[in-house]
Design a protein around this ligand. Structure first.
Ligand SMILES: Cc1cc2nc3c(=O)[nH]c(=O)nc-3n(C[C@H](O)[C@H](O)[C@H](O)COP(=O)(O)OP(=O)(O)OC[C@H]3O[C@@H](n4cnc5c(N)ncnc54)[C@H](O)[C@@H]3O)c2cc1C
Length: 396
């Protein structure tokens, strides 16, 4: 066994031995659905435990609380978390986009102030990009940040703020120069949420659960040193943030296992549901579809591995990273839809119904599967990005 095999075995044993006990409430499927204090406290303690064991931020610098190891170590931990289906950690925005961003372009003071709190879950982060009147068209953001001496005064509203109820900081895109209607008038802030004048209002989702908020800014004064970079650089920094968010840049600190069901779970479901008096898995059409899902799933996994080997992607180096979110989120959506279809008339049952398959988790997973096809940029926007930046097609 080489050193990495030893490490993999050590990680596997740690997660096996330290998996948190099953809670007596339903856990969210991803960080976008953390809606109750009980869910949040449970997941935050879990993050602390993983960090203290050294399994988060493994490749981040030791000076800021990271492990100082090669990224492959974090990749192994991530894969093991997925394999063992352990709960995810809640600070996804901090660990996987705000943190890498601060490490890439932040000042020394910003790294010292924010990185450790991201890792140990003391400081939860949220993202204030989308607004009630513009989501896809981010450059049209209207929330204002007006300089006033040693402060900026914030006014406006953001929406769909995942973790908005629990976050201490927000990565915030706001307009500092209203004379410049689009890109050049935007600036980027690392904004403290516990500021008088910043209020969050939870929004109920399709599933009946909570997870994001509308966030209001009413003459909220934040220190001027919350500005990241210089005034007018907001668009550039937001675009860099999205490359971390959409997985097109590396350096994330991990913890993103999902509790949502996958292909293997759907195969199990096909064994237990019945069609024409026989297990659904015996129906050739069902089998055909299941094999297609399996091939797609395996293809995605191999694609990700191939994307890490530059010699295999030299013709279109951005093709795999830029299409990853589109492929995987749409796959999950079709997969959960298929799983609902397997249940026939029982598809209409919901969480809490004694006759629902596996407590209604499939219905919840199906409705939640819309989240990733919208959050972080809709599938249509992702398809546009692939068309323009990978295939070189014209904008119009
Ligand atoms: C679960 C979830 C979590 C989220 N979390 C956050 C968060 O933490 N922070 C945050 O800031 N935002 C968050 N969002 C918001 C998300 O980023 C936006 O919803 C998304 O960018 C789309 O914006 P919109 O809702 O305003 O839709 P619109 O931009 O109004 O789009 C409406 C429809 O038009 C299509 N469309 C728009 N423009 C084009 C175009 N140029 N070409 C083709 N089709 C187009 C879209 O694909 C969509 O189908 C979250 C969303 C969800 C669902």
């Amino acid at each position: 066994m080489n050193e990495l095999d030893d490490f993999r075995a050590e990680v596997a044993a740690w997660f096996r031995d330290n998996r948190p006990p099953e809670p007596d409430f339903l856990l969210p499927e991803s960080f976008m659905e953390v809606g109750t204090d009980a869910q949040f406290d449970y997941l935050r303690s879990w993050q602390r435990k993983i960090y203290e064991a050294g399994y988060l931020g493994m490749a981040w610098p030791v000076a800021y609380g990271g492990g100082g190891h090669a990224q492959i170590h974090q990749d192994i931990v991530n894969a093991e978390m997925v394999r063992q289906k352990v709960p995810f950690v809640p600070n996804t925005i901090g660990l996987n986009w705000a943190g890498p961003l601060i490490l890439a372009i932040g000042t020394e003071a910003e790294k010292q102030r924010y990185i450790k709190g991201i890792l140990n879950a003391d400081d939860i982060w949220c993202q204030g990009f989308s607004e009630p009147d513009q989501g896809s068209d981010l450059a049209a953001s209207q929330t204002r940040a007006t300089r006033d001496g040693e402060h900026y005064i914030l006014n406006g509203a953001k929406i769909w703020t995942s973790l908005g109820s629990y976050a201490k900081y927000m990565i915030l895109l706001a307009r500092t120069n209203p004379a410049e209607p689009r890109y050049g008038g935007l600036s980027f802030f690392l904004a403290p949420m516990r500021t008088p004048g910043i209020e969050t209002q939870p929004i109920r989702k399709l599933t009946g659960e909570y997870g994001f908020t509308q966030t209001f800014f009413r003459d909220a004064r934040i220190p001027a040193d919350c500005l990241m970079g210089r005034e007018g650089e907001g668009w550039k920094i937001a675009m860099m943030t999205l490359t971390f968010e959409r997985g097109a840049s590396g350096g994330q600190a991990g913890g993103t296992a999902r509790l949502a069901p996958g292909v293997v779970d759907v195969i199990e479901l096909a064994r237990t549901t019945r069609r024409d008096g026989r297990p659904a898995i015996e129906d050739p059409l069902m089998r055909d579809q299941l094999v297609r899902f399996l091939i797609e799933d395996q293809g995605d996994r191999l694609c990700a591995a191939r994307g890490a080997i530059p010699a295999l992607c030299h013709e279109r180096p951005q093709a795999i990273p830029l299409s990853q979110k589109l492929r995987t989120s749409e796959h999950r959506h079709r997969l959960t839809q298929f799983a609902i279809g397997l249940q026939g008339a029982n598809a209409a049952r919901w969480v809490g119904d004694a006759n629902a398959f596996e407590g209604g988790k499939w219905q919840r997973a199906y409705l939640n599967s819309f989240s990733s096809t919208i959050g972080g940029g809709t599938s249509q926007i992702q398809a546009n990005i692939v068309a323009e930046r990978v295939l070189g097609l014209p904008k119009d």
